[in-house]
Design a protein around this ligand. Structure first.
Ligand code: BES
Ligand code: MN
Ligand code: ZN
Length: 461
C-alpha cells in the first residue's frame, strides 16, 4: 500500500479546525443555520470530534474538526489522523484553524492513517484523501509515510512468511529500487568470513542465518551505517520463552525493519551520505544443533562471550555486525533493535530508550524526537556497571545474573564492539503499537526513523 495525497488540482471539501475554547466566539460570526446545526449535533470541538456540514443540496460543504484544548492537543499528537479516519470517502483540504507549524505534522498523520495491514484480507478501500496545502512538501511526506509503511509491513507479516529468506528478498528489493549494492553472506560462509556469533545464533533454523549488507551513495560522502536486529522469530532458544512472552516475537526483526524504512527515506530523498545497512537475519530456533547455555563463543572482534541465556541472542548477532560496521571507521553508526524487555519495563511501549556516549548527539536526538512526534528518551551507558557484564570464564556475559538494568547491560555489551566510529547510538525499540492511536494502527510500529532522519539531515546534508 502506498500513502498518497490527492491531486493538487482536485476539488476539495475544506476542514476547519476549531479549538474547544474558541468555538463560541467562532460560531457567533456564522449564519444562524450553521449555529443551529452545530448546537443540535452536540459538537463541542473536543479533540478529534468531527461534524460534516451539508449545503442546501445535501452535499457536504465543509467539515468542522474539534481541535480540543491546547493541553490535550499536544499530549497525543497526530490528531488530524483521527479526523481522517472519521470522514467518508472524498477529497478534503485543510481550511482554517491550523498553524503553519502544525500543517506538516497534520498532513503526515493523515497519510499514516491510510495504513492497514491487509495482506491477508480482501481489501476494504474507503479512504478520505487529503489535498495537500501549498506550504507542505507533499512528496517528502509521502516518502516518510512510505518508509513507515514498509517498516510496519515487514513487522506485521508473520514469521511463516518473513523468515531470514523472505527478509533477504525484501532487503534485496529495497536495494534494487535505489541501485544499491547488496551483498549477502549466508550459512557456512558466515564462519569463513568470520561472523561466528551470527552463525551460532541462527544455525538451528531450517533457514540459514545470514548477514545482509547494502551500500548506497557516493564513497566520499559522510559514512552513515544502520545496523538492525533481524531476528525473524525469537523462541528464546533452549532457554525457551514462556508462551506469553513468545506471542509477539515475529516482531523481533523490528530493528531491521526500521533500519530499512529509514534507508528508504534516506535513499528516496537522495541525501548526500554514503549509506550502509547491515542486518544479521536469523531465527532463534531450537534443534539438536542449537547453541547452548554456557557455550563460549568467540566473536568477530575476538572478544569471547559466555552464553548465559540463549534468549539474549540479539546482542550476539548485533555484536558481529557492529564490529564489522566499525571496521571502516564510519562517521555514524545507529543500531536499531528490539533488544530487551527491560526497556519496556522502564519506559513503556511508546518511548524507546537510546544510548550514546556523546552528549552532543544525545541533545540532537532528543530535539529531533520531540520535533518529529517520534518519542525517544536517553538512558545512560553507566560505566560503573561494566564489571557486571564480565563473567568468570570469558570476556563478556550475554545475560548477567540478577537482571537489574537489563537495557543498560545490553547497551554496554554492544558498546564493546564499537571503537572507531565517530559517533554511535543504540536504540532499544519496541516496534509495536499495542493499542491503536491516531495515525498509528495496532501492530508493527516504525519508531525512531523520522527522528534519526532529522539528525542525519541536520548533521551531514
Ligand atoms: N527479543 C527479546 C527482547 C524483547 C522482549 C523485546 C519483549 C521486546 C519485547 C530479546 O531477545 C530477549 O529475549 N531479551 C531478554 C534478555 C535477557 C535474557 C537477558 C529479555 O529482555 O528478557
Ligand atoms: Mn531473545
Ligand atoms: Zn530477541
Amino acid at each position: 500500500m502506498r500513502p498518497k495525497f490527492a491531486g493538487k488540482t482536485q476539488k476539495a471539501i475544506p476542514i476547519d479546525f476549531i479549538a474547544s475554547d474558541r468555538l463560541k466566539t467562532w460560531l457567533k460570526t456564522k449564519p444562524k443555520t450553521l449555529q443551529a446545526w452545530v448546537n443540535s449535533s452536540g459538537f463541542t470541538a473536543a479533540l478529534g470530534q468531527v461534524l460534516t456540514v451539508p449545503n442546501a443540496q445535501g452535499k457536504i460543504e465543509k467539515v468542522l474538526a474539534g481541535w480540543g484544548a491546547e493541553n490535550t492537543r499536544v499530549r497525543g499528537r497526530y490528531w488530524a489522523a483521527s479526523v481522517a479516519a472519521k470522514l467518508p470517502k472524498g477529497v478534503y483540504e485543510f481550511g482554517t484553524g491550523l498553524k503553519k507549524s502544525e500543517l506538516e505534522e497534520a498532513s503526515l498523520s493523515w497519510l499514516l492513517a491510510q495504513y492497514a495491514f491487509d495482506h491477508y484480507k480482501v481489501k476494504s478501500g474507503a479512504v478520505a484523501m487529503l489535498k495537500p496545502a501549498k506550504d507542505v512538501n507533499a512528496k517528502r511526506l509521502e516518502i516518510l509515510a512510505m518508509g513507515e509503511f514498509l517498516t510496519r509491513d515487514l513487522i506485521n507479516v508473520p514469521a511463516s512468511d518473513m523468515g531470514p529468506e523472505a527478509l533477504e528478498t525484501a532487503f534485496r528489493k529495497l536495494g534494487k529500487d535505489y541501485e544499491a549494492k547488496v551483498l549477502v553472506t549466508k550459512g557456512a560462509a558466515l564462519l569463513k568470513k568470520n561472523f561466528p556469533m551470527i552463525h551460532a545464533v541462527g544455525r538451528a533454523s531450517d533457514q540459514a542465518p545470514r548477514l545482509l549488507d547494502m551500500v548506497w551513495g557516493k564513497a566520499n560522502h559522510p559514512k552513515v551505517t544502520l545496523v538492525g536486529k533481524g531476528v525473524c522469530f525469537d523462541t528464546g532458544g533452549l532457554n525457551i520463552k514462556p508462551g506469553s512472552s513468545m506471542g509477539l516475537m515475529k516482531k523481533d526483526m523490528g530493528g531491521s525493519a526500521t533500519a530499512m524504512g529509514l534507508a528508504h527515506m534516506i535513499m528516496a530523498l537522495k541525501l548526500k551520505v554514503r549509506l550502509r545497512v547491515l542486518v544479521p537475519a536469523v531465527e532463534n530456533s531450537i534443534s539438536a544443533g542449537a547453541f547452548r547455555p554456557q557455550d563460549v563463543l568467540t566473536s568477530r572482534k575476538g572478544l569471547t562471550v559466555e552464553v548465559n541465556n540463549t534468549d539474549a541472542e540479539g546482542r550476539l548477532v548485533l555484536a558481529d555486525a557492529l564490529a564489522y560496521a566499525d571496521e571502516e571507521k564510519p562517521d555514524f553508526i545507529a543500531c536499531m533493535a528490539t533488544l530487551t524487555g527491560a526497556a519496556r519495563v522502564a519506559l513503556g511501549p511508546d518511548v524507546p530508550p537510546f544510548f550514546t556516549d556523546s552528549d552532543k548527539l544525545a541533545a540532537e536526538i532528543s530535539k529531533a524526537a520531540k520535533n518529529q512526534a517520534d518519542p525517544l528518551w536517553r538512558l545512560p551507558l553507566w560505566d560503573p556497571y561494566e564489571p557486571v557484564i564480565e563473567p568468570d570464564v570469558a570476556d563478556l556475559d550475554n545475560a548477567p545474573a540478577g537482571g537489574f538494568g537489563g537495557a543498560i547491560m545490553a547497551a554496554l555489551f554492544l558498546r564493546r564492539f564499537v571503537e572507531d566510529a565517530v559517533d554511535f547510538v543504540h536504540l532499544d525499540l519496541y516496534g509495536w503499537t499495542p493499542v491503536a492511536k491516531p495515525g498509528r494502527a495496532k501492530g508493527g510500529a516504525c519508531q525512531s526513523a523520522r527522528a534519526m532522519l532529522q539528525v542525519i539531515e541536520d548533521r551531514y546534508v
